[in-house]
Design a protein around this ligand. Structure first.
Ligand SMILES: Cc1cc2nc3c(=O)[nH]c(=O)nc-3n(C[C@H](O)[C@H](O)[C@H](O)COP(=O)(O)O)c2cc1C
Length: 226
């Protein structure tokens, strides 16, 4: 029988969730986690809510020389986008994955099903987050990034992604070298509604700060390069 772990008080998990931080990929080092830890992280990533038991995700593990090999592909893709790039910029692009000893790409792969694609994509997002939390619980820092190359057609082709598949994230995992600076979080009351008939608390304060709603539909192909 399944252990009723979900109905047991677990203050350590609450503390983890309330204090969770990403580690910066720019300040990550250490050795690559051992295979046992990688397996545990992937097992946690695959234990996410998944409507219809579709497993609408798969994973690519980058470690060792593969990070530099994929970096060369990133560099070539960047050079095609920005032919005027300096050699220094190209060298930086080639080193993207070298920032951490382990990078795991989570690929959203919606299956043919009555379950909406959107729900399947959300499951891939949950897989990314479980991967981060599992990495943290095993003593590593994690950083969920997409950056420009997650969306680039040449990069997508190099990973042989189908048109319906997307990179949900490159999860950079390693030993954090410094603590991140605190970052403001919303006060729960600014986004909480207790009256469904009049749910006006929609982050209006944030809209005033320039965080308006998008006026167009989501378009995953649009992402500013940096
Ligand atoms: C789907 C997704 C993609 C992201 N891509 C990037 C990225 O390309 N660059 C970046 O600086 N942060 C990115 N982030 C944000 C970081 O993962 C992280 O949340 C942020 O640096 C704030 O740190 P925190 O998680 O400790 O609040 C992304 C987050 C998500 C959910």
């Amino acid at each position: 029988m399944t252990e009723l772990i979900y109905a047991r008080k677990n203050p350590a998990v609450i503390e983890t969730l309330l204090k969770r931080r990403s580690a910066s990929a720019k300040a990550m080092g250490g050795d690559c986690p051992p295979e046992t830890d990688i397996k545990t992280m992937l097992e946690a990533a695959m234990r996410v809510p998944d409507h219809g038991k579709l497993n609408p995700w798969w994973f690519i593990v980058f470690k060792g020389d593969d990070r530099a090999a994929f970096g060369e592909i990133i560099k070539t893709a960047w050079a095609a986008r920005e032919p005027q790039s300096t050699p220094e910029k190209l060298a930086d692009e080639a080193k993207r994955l070298m920032r951490a000893p382990l990078v795991i790409a989570v690929i959203s792969a919606p299956r043919e099903s009555t379950v909406p694609v959107w729900e399947q994509q959300l499951s891939a997002g949950a897989a990314c987050y479980n991967l981060c939390l599992a990495a943290n619980a095993l003593g590593y820092g994690a950083n969920w990034l997409t950056e420009w190359y997650a969306f680039d057609p040449a990069i997508r082709a190099s990973l042989k992604l189908q048109s319906t598949e997307s990179v949900a994230g490159f999860i950079y995992i390693g030993t954090p070298e410094k603590a991140p600076e605190e970052r403001p979080r919303p006060a729960p009351e600014t986004l909480r509604n207790d009256d469904f008939r009049n749910a006006t608390n929609r982050g209006n304060e944030y809209a005033k700060q320039g965080l308006g709603y998008v006026t167009h539909g989501p378009d995953n192909s649009v992402y500013k390069s940096k």
